[in-house]
Write a protein that binds this ligand. Sequence first.
Ligand code: GDP
Length: 478
Amino acid sequence: ENVLSQPNNKPNDKLLGGLLAAGFDEASCTSRYQSSLYRKTSIHKPSSYLISRLRKYEDLHKRCGPSTESYNRALQQLKSGQTIGSPDCNYLVWISFSGLGNRMLALASTFLYALLTNRVLLVDRGKDMADLFCEPFPEKSWLLPMDFPIIDQFETFDQKSSHSYGNMLKNNVINASTESVPSFIYLHLVHDYDDHDKLFFCHEDQSLLAKVPWLIIKTNNYFVPSLFLITPFEQELSKLFPEKGTVFHHLGRYLFHPSNHVWGLITRYYHTYLAKADESIGIQIRVFDSRPGPFKHVMDQVLACTLKEKLLPEVDMQDSVVTISENPKLKAVLVTSLNSGYSENLKNMYWEHPTLTGEVVGIYQPSDEGYQQMEKQMHNRKAWAEMYLLSLTDALVTSSWSTFGYVAQGLGGLKPWILYKPENETAPDPPCRRAMSMEPCFHAPPFYDCKAKKGTDTGTIVPHVRHCEDMSWGLKVV
Ligand code: GDP
């Protein structure tokens, strides 16, 4: 369906049903005001409570953000290392870490944690955060000032760091009855975190952390599912998200607006290849293998899934269909992959043979970058543009374990068909399954019952936090 042919004039839609605040300079971030022209209106409405909490957060951010009096005062505390009295603003600093999809999920989780704990979120810009995204909050920047006192230590923060919450507990530097808390604590929530670090997800530990003015977090995980299991957050979360499986959908659309450069990549591609189609399908092919590919078993799996689920039409190998209608339906397939082999194969198949449905199928792949590249500016711009383009399609096929696909499905409000992870170089049977919800999967959740102080299966405690379709030990909100 051509979304551009149905102009979206409802004024409220421009701001996504009130999710976005008014009053930004439109030219500085075109995507914020134009996204509604490219997306169908979401059938999932943000709750009025979420909207009011976001406006409240924006006020807090304005009052406490960089270069305000409160910020400067909190900075003095950080420098002196002492916490005297309760400061008027508490902060949560997010360290830029890992691939782009991982970063976006981590940042959305961190923002939700900031909302739940009334902290001000500040974002370490890393190599390219400022280049990829617009400012999400009015008036005051979300970027951490470059002269932040301990910014040089961010790279060295890891599992062994003496400033980490886990190590402070282990070394008895702090405990639940500690009176004077340090001015900052590093939260190590990266996949290699240990049992002490994981106590972050316990109620008691949250009470202690609440007293610390500066929390500095490094994570490559979507840890939202485990926030749903922390008792004091439960009620607030169900008010914020009465429809539970929409957390990333709303927070992602609220936070992540492509910068003008990236918006150019998205809109030029969209108009050139996707806008004219009657229907569009996104296929995200992420192969976790050190060899370059393409692999036959992956191609077989993509075909088995898309044909079985009727996402793509079958072709007539006998070429018995000779005539084509004057105005055939056009199906556009957007393939994203580091390798060009899969889309070339599909393109040939639909050129060499007619479809049984009489449709014509266009196959488009914006880039084939070969391998993940960390430091190149255009590389991540393209990665972000591709996640966004996937989110604009009518139906989506994604790869297991990939946060790149999670971002696309969440922003698009799409429940994807997930390609199971191949084992031993064979296409799994069944090749794919439909996701339970559009939420991302938390790949490294804790399995601990804080009250009983023993291990437990955190995927069976409440009905809305379950194990993921694509990773049996992961957790997702449904
Ligand atoms: P994940 O590793 O699949 O969970 O996703 P991440 O986004 O965290 O890291 C993968 C990185 O590899 C991306 O950020 C890109 O830099 C690159 N990448 C992987 N797949 C693609 C793709 O289909 N297109 C582009 N442009 N880059 C990709």
